[in-house]
Design a protein around this ligand. Structure first.
Ligand SMILES: CC(=O)N[C@H]1[C@@H](OP(=O)(O)OP(=O)(O)OC[C@H]2O[C@@H](n3ccc(=O)[nH]c3=O)[C@H](O)[C@@H]2O)O[C@H](CO)[C@@H](O)[C@@H]1O
Ligand SMILES: C=C(OP(=O)(O)O)C(=O)O
Length: 418
């Protein structure tokens, strides 16, 4: 497996362009299953997760064409309703095909995704929602089998805010008979992006971005040509890199309006921000100030930025308390950061107290999940000496050419093929 080697020290300078959003692209590519025709998606990031979802759609029989940053998908040719274990285990978002397949084909068989490094990640809300819409659900030999001649509109109140369940049921409801109301729905920019694409296809989705979505089912959807929104987590990762190295970086092709919490926390640590329409210039502070962070569903502080902020706060001028409220086990990076000299005390699985130190020291570290990988690279950028981040498989799921982009900003970073 590849490794990333980082030699710390250089403040980052220059301009970096953000790619299309992984978390928006995944459901939006899946939405092509609802359409009998060729749909074009632009600004699609070159990521392992995109490769995985494209493989899954091809396996289902869709005709997929991909070049540079665009993908066309024609799902009029689908002849299979099974998402096999080997594809689903690589990427949990594969569960998003469940709702669209039942809605379009009347049947789906999808391997249960199971948990992952950041905790148990159940799909009960996806299944309860489909059942409320009239689907019969069976769990057998590690697979979910769902069937419905035609899904029916229903009122669904989510017990917990779930991005994936909101997306799955929103897509399913577009072709259902009657009106579906999703209450306590997720409000992420990726939810709005999906609703916008569905509406462009002819769906009737109202209320995206609020806690209540109303979806009036239609008989069919039509192909569109659409672009994926910028990746707010990739953008945030580069902004943290700029701030913690004391650099001066303009992050371009981003959507600052999706990043309110991340931007305000960057200002709290002392960074100076110049926010444009689709760019943010980040000038790092002389000294990083400690801040407290509590992750929460959007518009709260994103759990997907928690590990990167923790890496920065290891160097703050005091103690910061970080509460992780979304995932049950999203502090695995703590033990690796401690190997680099960080002073972090964990209370249970959800509270970390980070006491700032003068400097981290380079070490061999192991990446456990996607954002943990990013936090270790960021730490390597400021550590004394060499940091080797092992098992970068996770990183490639969610960051397009991160080492090339960081090198463009002056970082001393390389990939060693393994
Ligand atoms: C591909 C994608 O978009 N991934 C994002 C998505 O993941 P994902 O859609 O998997 O995350 P959810 O919003 O569904 O999960 C939020 C919480 O709800 C729980 N839950 C979820 C579904 C369910 O049926 N039952 C249940 O209990 C989860 O275990 C978790 O504790 O949103 C997360 C929260 O912002 C992000 O960290 C991920 O980057
Ligand atoms: C947790 C993440 O992704 P996924 O839901 O695909 O595991 C992430 O993007 O940080």
């Amino acid at each position: 497996m590849d490794k990333i080697v980082v030699r710390g020290g250089a403040p980052l300078h220059g301009r970096v362009r953000v790619s299309g959003s992984k978390n928006a692209a995944l459901p939006i590519l899946v939405s092509s299953l609802l359409v009998g025709g060729k749909t074009t998606f632009r600004n699609v990031p070159g990521l392992m997760d995109i490769h995985s979802i494209v493989c899954l759609l091809s396996e289902l029989g869709a005709t997929v064409d991909r070049a540079e940053d665009w993908v066309t998908i024609d799902a009029s040719t689908i002849d299979c309703v099974e998402a096999p274990y080997d594809l689903v285990r690589k990427m949990r978002a594969s569960i998003l095909v469940l709702g669209p397949l039942v809605a379009r084909m009347g049947r789906a068989k999808v391997s249960m995704p199971g948990g992952c490094a950041i905790g148990d990640r159940p799909i009960d809300l996806h299944l309860k929602g489909l059942e409320a819409m009239g689907a019969t659900i069976r769990l057998e030999q590690g697979y979910v089998e769902a069937e419905a001649t035609r899904l029916k509109g229903a009122r669904i109140v989510f017990d917990t805010v779930s991005v994936g369940a909101t997306e799955n049921l929103m897509m399913a409801a577009t072709l259902a008979e009657g009106v579906t109301i999703l209450s306590n729905a997720a409000r992420e920019p990726e939810i709005i992006a999906l609703a916008d694409v569905l509406n462009a296809m002819g769906a009737k989705v109202e209320g995206a971005g609020t806690p209540e979505l109303t979806i009036t089912g239609v008989s069919h959807l039509s192909p569109v040509d659409t672009a994926i929104i910028p990746d707010r987590i990739e953008a945030g990762t580069f902004m943290v890199a700029a701030a913690m190295t004391g650099g001066d970086v303009e992050v371009t092709a981003c959507a600052p309006e999706h990043m309110e919490h991340t931007l305000s926390k960057l200002e709290e640590v002392g960074a100076t921000l110049e926010v444009g329409k689709d760019s943010v210039r980040v000038i790092g502070p002389k000294a990083i100030k400690s801040v407290d962070i509590r992750t929460a569903p959007y518009p709260g502080f994103p759990t997907d930025m928690q590990a990167q902020f923790m890496a920065m706060l290891t160097l703050a001028d005091g103690a910061s308390v970080i509460h992780e409220t979304i995932f049950e086990n999203r502090f695995i990076h703590v033990s690796e950061l401690k190997r680099m000299g960080a002073d972090i005390v964990l209370k249970g699985n959800d509270v970390a107290t980070v006491k700032g130190i003068k400097r981290l020291s380079g070490a061999q570290v192991m990446a456990s999940d996607l954002r943990a990988s990013a936090s270790l690279i960021l730490s390597g950028l400021v550590a004394k000496g060499e940091t080797v981040v092992n098992r970068v498989y996770h990183l490639d799921r969610g960051y397009e050419h991160i080492e090339t982009k960081l090198r463009g900003l002056g970082a001393d970073i390389e990939r060693i093929k393994g």
